[in-house]
Design a protein around this ligand. Structure first.
Ligand code: CUO
Length: 695
């Protein structure tokens, strides 16, 4: 139901029941096409009982089929929530399938995809199904209109899929080097990054039945996931010789423009562009029942700062909520976003979501030109626009301000008695899986990989329709951490690995206060520490931040049979949420970009979360640092970002001074190779750690 989302997909009986009138004459033709090719037919009409047909879709249909759906617009998320509630309330999978097939052709496709995907993720009887990457549902939101036109053309002419070649997307698609911001296009427009963002917001919806929205530390995770995005983006900017992101100022023109060059799957029109130097202005869109002023947003921001400084928020009944504790960040996350868990929607408003809307409608704030929303309105496209990061800086500053009201960790609190880290080294593997001679040097490069759009292109011939994208990637690596355990017994530690630049954007040595905001968390995992000296080896491919490469791209080396089976990606491993593995490391630079690699081992007996049980077979654990664990508690009791989440204790200005014996750091250099490599599947199983152990 998520594929070819505009094409009717139903049995002939179903059409008699449900086909919207305008398709009726076309139905037999479409049916014969599907009739020949679909292996299995489901007679939905017999499943669609009267009680299902009597379910009202009126509220869901307040969003027109051609409207640009936006989760950040209350009218839209209420409508999506209604459909989600209906899907969640259906008694069986058969009912869900029948009703979803019925609803699919009657509601907005993007709204449908969101509500149906969220329902599949959250229903007990479907939650183990794997969702396809949203780039395969809505390829137009990821691939430019020209490339899609070419790919469709080639599919029309070359009806045998094996004759088709991948259409390559040029790297300088949405700009050129006259625009400095274009240097970061490879990050902002990365397929995996945008997929991650969509999936994250699907796992953590801001509205919906309480059981779906209420997840362990979801407000805190809203802060931390986006905080990490900002750290990564800032470091990436430094690698490219740019200053760090400035916050978006309410009354200043926005210098950075964005021209997405995408066609929207839903509205059928181009995604609107945002020329340089537009200013935020009051929004009054009767089509969306959306009306607010920029002064409203300023007021919400001030009130949230007031709560942070008073260390107490007010709930809807005027009662105090303490913020000066480890739960404060969670309350703030829900307040700032705002999700329906906000303690006081009237007073603290809906800052983050309305900010997205203020930017998304900046080109037509009064609905004078009947323009739909720009990319900032949609979680699967928002991260393409440079203004996304400027807006999220406004949001992140609130959280950082709050974190700085908490007492800094003392050296004693950070220590793990009897545990010393005595060494840290990273070894990068070359093509032959051999550890490079020059230790502590990491290697990145650009690579070309294919994605298949055929599942998302309506009314096109069958078989793969491949598009070739260029994306950052890196040689895989492994850390070796040497530990001395003088406790005399076996203990378990939580290993926390971060990387941060050594110099700031003015090429001056960073203070720890600066470095702290740029700490990228690379991994976090539990490890056994036997008494005496021991060594922990950890591979990059096991990182708890990322999801594997093969979940996003096609294997270019694989055989390509002509049938659909080629396109069955590795669904058993597909978890969806998680930073794309190919973007794990910052790009570095040709001459080498110097960073500091940091490891801390904390006491797992203090960090362990009770009540998560043993991991279930096939459980998604990928990306858990920024996505949490499905239906479980966040797998670490420490505040997210620990030990760099709070201000640094007084008297400490450098990472060296910050360190207690259970920490260690080494300088590392990230080299970037300009030559683009042709796609291969990253060696995610084949990295051998034997040579490291011998070492
Ligand atoms: Cu993820 Cu602003 O929250 O987009």
């Amino acid at each position: 139901l998520l594929y070819r989302i505009r094409e009717p997909r139903s049995s002939i009986h179903f059409f008699q029941f449900s086909q919207p009138r305008k398709y009726q004459t076309k139905a037999p033709q479409i049916l014969s096409r599907f009739g020949e090719q679909d292996g299995r037919r489901i007679d939905i009409s017999s499943m669609l009982r009267d009680d299902l047909l009597n379910i009202k879709l009126d509220e869901v249909q307040t969003v027109d089929r051609r409207d640009q759906f936006s989760l950040f617009v209350p009218k839209h998320h209420r409508a999506a929530n209604k459909l989600l509630e209906i899907f969640l309330g259906l008694k069986s999978v058969d009912d869900l399938m029948a009703f979803a097939a019925y609803a699919r052709e009657r509601v907005n496709p993007a709204l449908f995809a969101y509500a149906y995907s969220a329902a599949l993720l959250h229903r007990p009887d479907t939650k183990n199904l794997m969702l396809p990457p949203v780039s395969e549902i809505f390829p137009h939101n990821f691939v430019d209109a020209q490339t899609i036109a070419e790919a469709k053309e080639s599919a029309d002419i070359l009806s045998s899929p094996s004759d088709r070649v991948a259409i390559e997307i040029p790297q300088d698609l949405t700009g050129n080097d006259r625009d400095m911001e274009h240097r970061l296009a490879y990050f902002r427009e990365d397929l995996g990054i945008n997929l991650h963002h969509w999936h994250w917001h699907l796992v953590y919806p801001l509205d919906g039945p309480t059981a779906v929205v209420t997840k362990d530390r979801r407000g805190e995770l809203f802060y931390y996931m986006h905080h990490q995005v900002l750290a990564r983006y800032n470091v990436e900017r430094m690698c490219n010789g740019l200053d760090m992101v400035k916050r978006l100022e309410w009354d200043e023109a926005i210098e950075e423009a964005y021209f997405p060059m995408l066609n929207s799957d839903v509205s059928g029109r181009d995604w609107p562009s945002r020329p340089a130097n537009l200013r935020l202005t009051d929004i009054n869109r009767p089509d969306l029942q959306l009306s607010f002023s920029i002064d409203d947003l300023k007021r919400y921001e001030e009130r949230i700062y007031e709560a942070i400084h008073r260390k107490v928020a007010l709930d809807a009944n005027g009662q105090n909520i303490e913020l000066l504790n480890e739960q404060g960040i969670d309350v703030l996350g829900n307040m700032v976003e705002a999700s329906i868990l906000t303690p006081n929607a009237d007073y603290y408003g809906n800052l983050h979501n309305m900010g997205h809307s203020a930017i998304a409608y900046i080109h037509d704030p009064k609905f004078q030109y009947i323009q739909s929303a720009a990319v900032m309105s949609e979680t699967m496209t928002a991260m393409r626009d440079p203004v996304f990061y400027r807006w999220h800086k406004v949001i992140d500053q609130l959280f950082v301000e709050h974190k700085h009201t908490l007492t800094p960790y003392t050296a004693e609190e950070l220590t793990f008695g009897g545990i010393q880290v005595t060494g840290l080294e990273v070894c990068s593997y070359n093509d032959q899986q051999i550890c490079r001679q020059d230790r502590n040097v990491l290697q990145t490069y650009f690579m070309r990989s294919d994605i298949d759009m055929s599942r998302g292109l309506d009314f096109t011939p069958r078989g793969p329709i491949l598009v070739r994208v260029t994306h950052l990637s890196h040689d895989e690596y492994a850390f070796t951490i040497r530990v001395n355990n003088t406790t005399g017994r076996r203990v378990i530690g939580t290993v926390r690995i971060f990387i941060a630049p050594v110099v700031n954007n003015k090429r001056l040595p960073t203070t720890l206060a600066e470095q702290k905001t740029l700490m990228i968390e690379l991994d976090r995992f539990a490890a056994e520490l036997s008494p005496g000296a021991s060594t922990i080896v950890r591979r990059s491919i096991d990182s708890g931040v990322t999801i594997p490469f093969k979940q996003i791209f096609r294997d270019l080396n694989a055989n390509r049979p002509d049938d659909d089976s080629y396109r069955e990606f590795d669904s058993f491993n597909y978890c969806g949420c998680g930073w794309p593995h190919h973007m794990l490391l910052p790009k570095g630079s040709r001459g080498g970009f110097d960073m500091e690699l940091f490891v801390m081992i904390s006491d797992y007996s203090q960090d362990k979360v009770q009540g998560n049980g043993e991991p279930a077979l096939g459980e998604c654990k990928t990306g858990m640092i920024i996505c949490g664990l499905k239906d479980k508690f966040y797998p670490d009791r420490k505040p997210m970002g620990y030990p760099f989440d709070r201000a640094i204790r007084t008297g400490v200005n450098t990472l060296q001074n910050f360190m207690t014996p259970n920490m260690f750091s080494v300088p590392v250099r990230i080299m970037h190779d300009d030559q683009v490599r042709l796609g291969q599947v990253l060696a995610d199983q084949s990295v051998s750690i034997k040579d490291l152990n011998q070492d």
